[in-house]
Design a protein around this ligand. Structure first.
Ligand code: BGC
Length: 349
């Protein structure tokens, strides 16, 4: 009996050992201002710790200099791998070069690290697809292929220092621009190119200020645009705030798109102020990145599913693209509550 027990014990230890990786991983997140990055950071930390890693998690207040020093500290702390969701994807070249010199592998998280050879892998949601989901939502909602009506639309772009922002814009614009050219969608401001529509830093207040200006300059007749293409939820919130402050009622509200399914925005979707959001389950991305870390540190083949799209200016970075999905008032219950992403209480009221 004693012998059997000790054999079981040895087997358990071996099994535990096999499942328990060793090492220290630095996870650099951009900011705590936006709900999604808090969730990303928390999921990454939890999943890495569960896999047996020690984790250093930092948030850098959207300040590039702070993110540089946060990563420097991780290198000093002898991390075995770095996972970086950058503020400005092109601004980390020097510190990443030091990581490379120390032999520390680097995974770009959600946002590509550009103009550097010191990035090994990239894990994200398919950013172009985020834009096409938004564009197709508008196309279907207004039946643009068949309608004889014209609809007014304004366009917002994300932060120009974020490599993702152009993909979001391009995905949506590739779907919608034919209807603009055909005159079915009318952008009263005429502002359609990415740089003119971009909001540096993804700020809600800056989006609100731009929407205020658009309303004053082009919608002073008191009729709101029919559509506002917004790449994400932080901008959608600013746009919504602006329209509310200008006195537009729910019935007069445009169709506004978004991304991230932040709590406030999901509440707006339920209430009817925002039409949709693109859901990128941060748990899925974290799981994928933990798999990458595991594979890199154990010398196994790293799981990627795209080796063509993400050229960072120096190299094409092997990537794993997760699939984003569309969320609206009809499917949020299943997508966000039944899946355990939020509790019903979080979305109530
Ligand atoms: C992310 C989006 C997010 C935006 C603002 C992008 O890089 O992919 O999910 O809404 O940054 O933080």
């Amino acid at each position: 009996m004693k012998k059997i027990l000790s054999l079981v014990l040895v087997a358990m230890l071996v099994l535990a050992g096999a499942a328990f990786a060793e090492g220290k991983v630095g996870v650099a997140m951009p900011t705590q201002d936006l709900q999604r990055w808090n969730q990303d950071g928390a999921n990454m930390k939890a999943q890495l710790e569960e896999a047996g890693y020690e984790v250093i998690l930092t948030y850098s207040n959207n300040e590039v200099a702070k993110q540089v020093s946060d990563i420097e500290n991780m290198i000093l702390n002898e991390v075995d791998a770095l996972v970086v969701a950058s503020i400005d994807g092109s601004a980390l070249g020097t510190v990443l070069a030091s990581a490379k010199e120390e032999g520390i592998p680097v995974i770009a998280y959600d946002r590509l690290l550009t103009d550097t050879d010191a990035v090994d892998y990239y894990a994200t949601f398919d950013n172009y697809m985020v834009g096409t989901i938004q564009g197709n939502f508008i196309k279907d909602k207004f039946d643009l292929d068949n309608t004889t009506e014209t609809y007014t639309m304004e366009v917002f772009g994300g932060s120009p220092d974020d490599n993702n922002a152009l993909y979001f814009y391009q995905g949506a614009w590739d779907v919608l621009s034919p209807y603009v050219e055909a005159g079915k969608l009318v952008v009263k401001s005429g502002q359609t190119d990415f740089q003119t529509c971009a909001i540096l830093g993804w700020g809600t207040d800056d989006a609100q200020a731009r929407m205020d200006n658009l309303l004053t300059a082009y919608y002073s007749d008191g009729v709101a645009p029919d559509i506002v293409l917004s790449p994400n939820d932080s901008l959608a919130l600013g746009i919504t705030n602006s329209l509310k402050a200008a006195g537009f009622t729910l019935e007069e509200f445009p169709v506004i798109t978004g991304q991230d399914c932040d709590v406030t925005n999901t509440k707006n979707i339920i209430a009817g102020y925002q039409a949709m959001s693109v859901f990128k389950d941060t748990r899925t991305l974290a799981t994928q990145v933990v798999k990458m870390v595991d594979a890199i540190l154990s010398g196994e083949e790293v799981p990627v599913n795209d080796t063509e799209t993400y050229d960072n200016g120096v190299k094409v970075v092997p990537s794993y693209l997760c699939e984003p999905v569309f969320a609206d008032v009809n499917n949020y219950q299943e997508l966000l509550i039944d899946s355990g992403y939020y509790t019903a209480d979080q979305l109530a009221g």
